[in-house]
Design a protein around this ligand. Structure first.
Ligand code: FCB
Length: 462
């Protein structure tokens, strides 16, 4: 079978500022630098992001290697806390210059930079004031975005406002996995709402400034499945999971309004965030030009069969997740691999979201202890990653053939990088990074394969 993609399909890879750069040259901290220096024991092997993959120092060699593995577009993020030093918006010139250098270097090597303005990295100067719980941050974020548009606007076509906003609410304010480790549905909902509002305000500035590029948002979609022999309550549980984790950002970002069922649920269960009438209008009038979709794993849900414990973890009340026979697990990390979901995403966007233009902004396979796959010539033989990418591309190809408007595929990640509290436990890159050897880089087998993939604009299966 042949899986070739349309002309100008964007073959790329992603990373983010806080996961790669290290803290050198920064004047302000994000929650990550703050947290990892105070609670190192919560990070795998005690490794924080102070050095990360040292992209700050080595960006040119990383970009050279990206070129070697056929990456044509590089999706990364600018760190607010590198650009600005405080809530008054005083500028860190060195930080501003750094991103100019990175963008210029990417362009020099013929790689298209795609820039996201926020990747989980709330600056501490806002966290001290409640972070995204504080309504004022929405205007401050728009000011920061406007600064970036003015500074880099003539070099960037593809912008996005936030990466995986639901993760900020979920992991930071519900499941206590990210700083500030809160567990409160109402506060999580407030954070989610303010992020949506901030995103719309940024889009408004973008339009008012008559920027020439396009602006989107990056959402991690977790297609939700219920058991084959589902009863009505299972279906209901699945619908709620979909509302809470997917549609809460997808609908307002693309359509400009929240699903009625979600607002009704929030009202009934007491987690409706505070808002002003004008917010609803700003959200309605400022939807995205395109969508970035991060996809890793589906969400398998059924009705609760065990009593719900009265904690504040509201989603737990509605459903439980389950495993089922025949589930294909990533043997090296523990996430389910279900490539068909990418086809389902493509069709869902086609049928329910106006067939908006979208691209895969992240998809990838994390592998623990990947060093065990390094051969005698020093190359990581990651055939499993090649197989993973192919499986997903087959499904994506089918979705596109059936009319879904997808314009690119970005692997997570271009190179091994720091994954939050998991630090460097799971490796994702096409390029490996040796932390014990001053971040020495080497190209994995998947990197060589990716070069062919992007050069041929697809692949053929025997
Ligand atoms: C995604 C994040 C990304 C990375 C991958 C493994 O949820 O967007 O930063 O950590 O997971």
């Amino acid at each position: 079978m042949q899986y070739y993609f349309k002309e100008n399909f964007m073959w790329g890879a992603a990373c983010s500022g806080p996961q790669t750069e290290g803290s050198k040259g920064k004047e302000a901290e994000s929650i990550w630098e703050y947290d990892c220096t105070r609670q190192a024991d919560k990070y795998f092997d005690g490794v924080g992001n102070i050095t990360a993959s040292n992209f700050y120092r080595d960006y040119e060699t990383y970009i050279q290697n990206m070129k070697k593995v056929g990456i044509r577009s590089y999706r990364t993020s600018i760190q607010w806390s590198r650009i600005m030093n405080d809530r008054d918006g005083s500028i860190n010139r060195e930080g501003v210059q750094f991103y100019h250098q990175v963008i210029d270097c990417l362009l020099k090597y013929g790689i298209e930079p795609m820039i996201c303005l926020f990747h989980f990295d709330t600056p501490m100067f806002w966290m001290e004031k409640g972070g995204f719980e504080n309504r004022d941050i929405t205007d401050a974020f728009a000011d920061y975005a406007e600064f970036c548009f003015r500074e880099y606007g003539d070099k960037i076509h593809y912008w996005s406002t936030f990466n995986e906003p639901v993760v900020v609410a979920e992991q930071g304010y519900l499941y206590q996995v990210h700083y500030p480790e809160v567990c409160d549905m109402k506060r999580a909902a407030q954070v989610a709402f303010h992020i949506q509002l901030a995103s719309a305000k940024v889009i408004k500035r973008f339009r008012d400034m008559e920027m020439s590029g396009e602006i989107g948002i990056i959402l991690n979609l977790t297609p939700t499945y219920v058991p084959e022999n589902a009863c009505a309550e299972d279906v209901e549980a699945g619908e709620r999971a979909n509302l809470l984790f997917n549609r809460c950002f997808l609908d307002p970002s693309v359509k400009g309004y929240y699903p009625e069922k979600l607002t009704a649920l929030a009202r009934e269960d007491g987690f409706l965030p505070e808002y002003q009438e004008q917010d609803i209008q700003i959200i309605r009038e400022n939807t995205v030009d395109y969508l970035g979709v991060n996809y890793y794993s589906p969400r398998r849900v059924r009705r609760r069969s065990t009593p719900w414990e009265e904690k504040k973890l509201m989603p737990e009340k509605y459903f439980e997740t389950y495993t089922f026979d025949g589930m294909k697990m990533n043997p090296y990390r523990g996430w389910e691999i279900y490539e068909e979901a990418l086809y389902d995403i493509a069709i869902n966007i086609r049928d329910h979201y106006g067939n908006i233009k979208w691209y895969v902004s992240e998809n990838g396979m994390g592998v623990e202890d990947e060093e065990r796959f390094r051969d005698d010539h020093g190359q990581i033989q990651d055939d499993y990653r090649i197989a993973f990418i192919k499986e997903h591309l087959r499904c994506l190809h089918r979705g596109i053939a059936e009319g879904s408007n997808c314009f690119g595929y970005h692997l997570w990640a271009a190179f091994d990088n720091w994954s939050w509290r998991n630090a460097y436990k799971n490796r994702y890159g096409l390029i490996s990074v040796d932390l014990k050897n001053d971040c020495a880089q080497s190209i994995k087998k998947s990197g060589e394969w990716f070069l062919e993939l992007s050069a041929n604009n697809g692949f053929e299966d025997l």
